[in-house]
Design a protein around this ligand. Structure first.
Ligand SMILES: *Cc1c(COP(=O)(O)O)cnc(C)c1O
Length: 397
């Protein structure tokens, strides 16, 4: 998955364009910038690649999620449904606005279980936030139908699945809004960065203003601009945007290499009795950033993960016992350990996460092992790796 593996002359050239003028900011300084508008250029190219009308580039994937929610008018007390398996950014971005994360089970897609989503809807629910974890997607048709029925926003977190698709549409472009991360370990990177895509002119304008202190970006004098509503600073710098431009050119090549490497590993694992794979919803195409598989039991999955590592197979993950990606590891969230006071709405409405039954999620996550798909591996290296993985797993099963 990591785009940093292919960092090279193209990224240096883009960054040098910016360094030569010294205009490190994305707005203003028209006379000095020698016509370099890296952030703007990225937004146009990314919107086109994602078959969406608009893109807003920002400082991180987490801020992209916060801005997307804010752009759609979500605030204190609004409930946002999110999965138990994701990254901490999901609840961080929601709680930042005083809104309330509602955690629900995942299914064998390792993403939101549509039945669990429907069961969690209350009069305060405003948004469903599926997270396309580890390269594959949620059942977006089912979620869209639920959102239509209850008049809810569908916000896709596509941070880990850039380049995948569903019913022929790029992941992130299916819902009302889609978010991406360009942090250093994502499929393409800006160093740090994030993006929001949408077909809504209104959400785009709201996002544009909100991420820059409410600036309306009308005219040529920043100081004279007006601020139709309160905002914040989630801007990206031109240097980071420049890196992203070079990486974006490499996206399709990265996806191709990922697919090749994924396929070699998947074919080797398919031969093993007892190994099954995460379900990809009908109409979905993964971005091939991870191979995700199930062992028959939690005990065997834990054993497999340890044995893979002991036998030199690196970059395998057992998310069930991970501090950052699964509800079990979020002791700080479960106990609402916050530096300052949380909003009254969060305190009043938050689930008692220490006593919520997530046994359905546990049943899938406990059995899941994932292998990262690196782009730097040669075909011969992946074949070696696939053989090592297969022999370790056969020994265990
Ligand atoms: C990386 C990631 C984010 C947050 O991105 P940052 O740019 O690191 O803030 C959000 N959601 C998911 C699923 C991610 O993997």
């Amino acid at each position: 998955m990591p785009g940093f593996e292919v960092f090279g002359a193209e990224e240096r050239k883009q960054v040098n364009d910016v360094l030569e003028t010294g205009v490190l900011m994305r707005y203003g300084f028209d006379g000095m910038r020698n016509n370099h508008w890296k952030a703007k250029e990225f937004e146009v190219a990314f919107a086109e690649r994602m078959q969406s009308a608009h893109c807003q580039l920002v400082s991180s994937g987490t801020s992209a999620l916060t801005i997307a929610l804010a752009a759609a008018g979500i605030g204190a007390g609004d409930e946002v449904i999110m999965p138990t398996f994701t990254f901490v950014a999901s609840f961080e971005s929601i709680m930042m606005l005083g809104a309330v994360p509602v955690l629900v089970d995942i299914d064998d897609t390792l993403t939101l279980d549509p039945a669990a989503v429907e069961a969690a809807i209350t009069s305060k629910t405003t948004c469903v936030m599926p997270v396309h974890m580890c390269g594959s997607m949620a059942d977006l048709d089912a979620l869209q139908a639920i959102c239509d029925k209850h008049d809810l926003l569908l916000l896709e977190d596509a941070c880990q699945a850039i380049g995948g698709s569903y019913n022929g549409k790029p992941l992130g472009s299916y819902g009302d809004l889609g978010c991406f991360s360009f942090d250093y370990v994502k499929t393409i990177t800006c160093g740090e960065g994030g993006g929001i895509i949408t077909n809504s002119e209104k959400y785009k304008l709201n996002a544009d203003h909100y991420q820059d202190h409410g600036h309306d970006h009308v005219g040529k004098d920043r100081g004279a601009e007006t601020h139709p509503f309160l905002g914040y600073n989630f801007r990206i710098s031109e240097l980071n945007a420049a890196v992203g431009l070079a990486q974006l050119d490499k996206l399709d090549g990265i996806l191709k290499t990922q697919q090749r490497n994924y396929t070699i590993m998947r074919e080797a694992l398919s031969e093993i009795e007892g190994v099954t794979f995460r379900r990809v919803p009908e109409g979905g195409v993964e971005n091939y950033s991870f191979v995700n598989f199930f062992l028959p039991t939690q005990e065997l999955a834990e054993k497999a993960h340890k044995a893979l590592s002991a036998n030199g197979v690196d970059a395998c993950f057992y998310w069930f016992k991970n501090n950052w990606h699964y509800i079990h590891g979020w002791e700080h969230l479960r106990n609402l350990k916050s530096l300052g006071n949380l909003s009254a709405e969060i305190k009043a409405q938050m689930q008692d996460l220490n006593n919520t039954d997530f046994s359905k999620s546990d049943a899938w996550m406990g059995r899941t092992v994932s292998s990262l798909v690196k782009i730097g591996w040669s075909e011969a290296q992946v074949r070696d790796r696939a053989q090592s993985m297969a022999s370790v797993l056969k020994d265990i099963l």
